[in-house]
Design a protein. Structure first.
Ligand code: AMP
Length: 549
C-alpha cells in the first residue's frame, strides 16, 4: 500500500506553534520594570558624589529620554553617540536609543582627537551625548574637524562650554514618564561599537536587538558569568568598550544591584565602592586588578563581600590570580571579542574537576574557559585541519553564532576573516579534552625566532610572576641572525627593584633557554590602548632597532 506523507503547508507553519514575538532589548527593559523595580543603581558623579535611584526611577527616565530623543528629531536607524564613563545616564542611553529604533554608538573616549573625529564621521552620528568631564576631549576633536551638523548634549556639569549643546537634564525635565515603544524588527541594529584598533582604522560592529538579547542569556548562564538577583555588580570594564561585556543588559535583566564607578577608576576609589556597596562581582581588564591588588596588599585588606572578579580582555597573569586567591577573591577568567558581543568563554570548574587537586583546578581556571552555548567553533592548524583536543596543539580559532558579526559596518570588501560562515578571531589557541580554551597568543603577537614560535603571553606571565614586577609586555624585534627575537618591556612595582641579569635568571628557571628575551627594557609605564591593553604596535616601533638590525 502506498502511504503519502502529510504535506507541510508553509502558510500554516505558525499555527499550533509558539508566538512569533521579536527578540528585542525591550524584553530586558520590561522584565526589569515588572520584576526588579525596587533594586538599586548607584552611580559615581564627576564630582565624586554617589547618585542612587531604583530601577523603577531608571525606567521612568528611560521613557523621558525616549521622548526627548524623538523631539530632537532622532528617527529609527539614526546613529546616536555616547561619549561617557560608566554612569546611570549612560545606562539610560543604552536602553532609550535602541528601544526607539535608533542605534547607540558607544564611542571610545580614549581615542586621539583625530580618531574621535573619524569614528563620529564614519558612524555619521546625528547626536552626541557627552559627559560634562569629557567636554574638553570633544572640544579638542572638534578643533581638528568641526561637526556642525551634529547635535551635542552634555550630561552633568561641565566647566567648559560646548557651543550649541543641549543639557541632558533639561531635555528630560517635563517629559512623560511613560513611552509607547514601537514594535521593532529583532534584526535591526541596536548598538554600534568600534574595535579597539591595535592596527589600522577602527572597525565597526553592529549588535542587533536579537544578538544582544541572546548574548545576555548565553553569557549570563550559571556556568557563564553566573549573575543572580542577589548579586551587586560593578563593571569597571567601560561602557564604551563592547557593551561593558554585556553587563548593562545582563544586570538589569537578572535584577542585580548595579554599581557604576564613573570617572574615578583609581584603586582607592574602586576599593571604596567595592567595600561601601558590598559588591559581589566586579569585572575588568587585568591592569585594573593589578593596581587594586597592590592597594589591597599595601593596606592588608580583605573584601569579604566580593565573591568573584571577572577578568578578561587580556590574559590573567597567574601571579595576579594567586595573589587574589590569597585574599579570598576568586578570579573568573573570561575571553571574548568585540566581534562576538563579546563574551565567548568563561572559566568555571566542570564536574570532572570538582574533586581534582587544587593544582589541576588552578590550571583549568587560569585557562580562558569553556564556550557559551551560542558559539560554535573550530581551531585549525596551518593546513586548515582541526587540531586535536589535547590542550597542547595550537591553531587559529574560528567562531560562528547568532551573536557573532558577519561583516564590519560600512566596510564592503570581502575580508578573509569571514569564510564559510565563520569568523577568524586571530587568536592562536589550544583546546583540551574537557573543552577549556587556552590562548597561546594573538597571531600577530607571536614571536618567530629562527622558525620557532614563542608565545608572548607565556613569557609575560613568567616575568609578571617576579615579585618586583608590576607588568611586562613581550614583543618580537628584528634580529640579524634569528629574524626575530623577543624583548621584554617591564614596569616595576613601586619601591621594588631588580636588575636585568637577575630577572633573566628568574625567567630562565621558567621557560626554555632559547625563549629568554634578548633584552629587558625597564620603563615607568607600558603604553596602553584605549581599553587598557598593551599597545604593542607602539612598543614595536619604539624598539625596532634595539637588536641592531
Ligand atoms: P576586543 O575586541 O578589544 O575585546 O579584543 C579582543 C581580543 O582581546 C581577543 O581576540 C584576544 O586576543 C584578546 N583577549 C580577550 N580576552 C582575553 C583573555 N581572557 N585572555 C587573553 N586575551 C584576551
Amino acid at each position: 500500500m502506498q502511504t503519502t506523507r502529510p504535506r507541510l503547508d508553509p502558510s500554516a507553519a505558525s499555527a499550533g506553534t509558539m508566538m512569533d514575538v521579536p527578540l528585542t532589548i525591550r524584553w530586558i527593559f520590561e522584565h526589569n520594570q515588572r520584576s526588579h523595580g525596587m533594586r538599586e543603581v548607584v552611580s559615581r558623579e564627576d564630582d565624586g558624589s554617589l547618585f542612587r535611584y531604583t530601577y523603577a526611577d531608571f525606567g521612568a527616565r528611560v521613557a523621558q529620554l525616549a521622548s526627548a530623543l524623538v523631539e530632537m528629531g532622532i528617527r529609527p536607524g539614526d546613529r546616536v553617540a555616547s561619549f561617557g564613563w560608566n554612569t546611570h545616564r549612560h545606562l539610560e542611553l543604552y536602553f532609550a536609543v535602541p528601544m526607539i529604533g535608533a542605534i547607540l554608538h558607544t564611542a571610545n573616549i580614549r581615542l586621539f582627537p583625530e580618531q574621535v573625529c573619524w569614528v563620529f564621521e564614519h558612524a555619521d552620528d546625528k547626536a552626541i551625548f557627552v559627559d560634562g568631564s569629557l567636554v574638553p576631549a570633544v572640544a579638542r576633536a572638534l578643533a581638528v574637524r568641526p561637526a556642525s551638523s551634529r547635535q551635542f548634549v552634555v550630561m552633568g556639569a561641565s566647566q567648559v562650554e560646548l557651543p550649541g549643546a543641549l543639557d541632558y537634564e533639561a531635555q528630560l525635565a517635563g517629559q512623560p514618564s511613560e513611552f509607547e515603544w514601537p514594535e521593532l524588527d529583532e534584526r535591526s541594529g541596536a548598538i554600534l561599537c568600534y574595535t579597539s584598533a591595535t592596527t589600522g582604522d577602527p572597525k565597526g560592529v553592529v549588535f542587533t536587538h536579537r544578538s544582544t538579547l541572546l548574548h545576555a542569556f548565553a553569557a549570563g548562564m550559571a556556568d557563564g558569568l553566573g549573575l543572580t538577583q542577589r548579586d551587586v555588580v560593578m563593571p569597571v570594564v567601560p561602557m564604551f568598550h563592547v557593551n561593558a561585556w554585556g553587563i548593562p543588559f545582563l544586570v538589569p535583566m537578572v535584577g542585580a544591584k548595579l554599581v557604576l564607578p564613573g570617572a574615578k577608576l583609581d584603586p582607592a576609589s574602586l576599593i571604596d565602592l567595592l567595600e561601601r556597596e558590598t559588591v559581589t562581582v566586579s569585572l575588568g581588564v587585568p591592569t585594573v586588578w593589578l593596581a587594586v591588588r597592590d592597594e589591597m596588599e599595601r593596606r592588608d585588606l580583605r573584601l569579604p563581600a566580593l565573591k568573584r572578579l571577572v577578568i578578561g580582555g587580556s590574559a590573567v597573569p597567574p601571579s595576579l590570580f594567586d595573589d587574589l586567591e590569597k585574599r579570598g577573591v576568586r578570579t573568573m577568567h573570561a575571553w571574548g571579542m568585540t566581534e562576538m558581543s563579546p563574551i565567548g568563554t568563561a572559566s568555571q570548574l566542570t564536574a570532572d574537576l570538582e574533586s581534582a587537586s587544587w593544582d589541576v583546578q588552578r590550571a583549568a581556571l587560569l585557562k580562558q574557559g569553556r564556550f557559551t552555548p551560542l558559539v560554535a567553533w573550530k581551531i585549525l592548524d596551518d593546513n586548515g585541519e582541526p587540531v586535536p583536543h589535547d590542550g597542547k596543539t595550537a591553531g587559529v580559532l574560528w567562531v560562528r553564532g547568532p551573536a557573532v558579526t558577519r561583516s564590519y559596518y560600512r566596510l564592503d570588501e570581502d575580508l578573509p576573516v569571514f569564510k564559510d560562515g565563520y569568523f577568524m578571531t586571530g587568536d592562536v589557541c589550544t583546546i583540551d579534552r574537557l573543552g577549556y580554551l587556552q590562548l597561546v597568543d594573538r597571531t600577530k603577537d607571536l614571536v618567530k625566532s629562527g622558525g620557532e614560535w614563542i608565545s608572548s603571553v607565556d613569557l609575560e606571565n613568567a616575568i609578571m610572576g617576579h615579585p618586583a614586577v608590576r607588568e611586562a609586555a613581550v614583543i618580537g624585534v628584528a634580529h640579524p641572525k634569528w629574524v626575530e627575537r623577543p624583548i621584554a618591556v617591564v614596569a616595576l612595582r613601586e619601591g621594588q627593584s631588580v636588575d636585568e641579569p637577575s630577572l633573566r635568571a628568574w625567567i630562565g628557571e621558567r621557560v626554555v633557554k632559547w625563549q629568554i628575551p634578548d633584552r629587558i627594557v625597564f620603563v615607568d609605564a607600558i603604553p596602553r590602548t584605549g581599553v587598557g591593553k598593551f599597545l604593542k604596535r607602539e612598543l614595536r616601533e619604539r624598539y625596532k632597532d634595539l637588536l641592531g638590525v
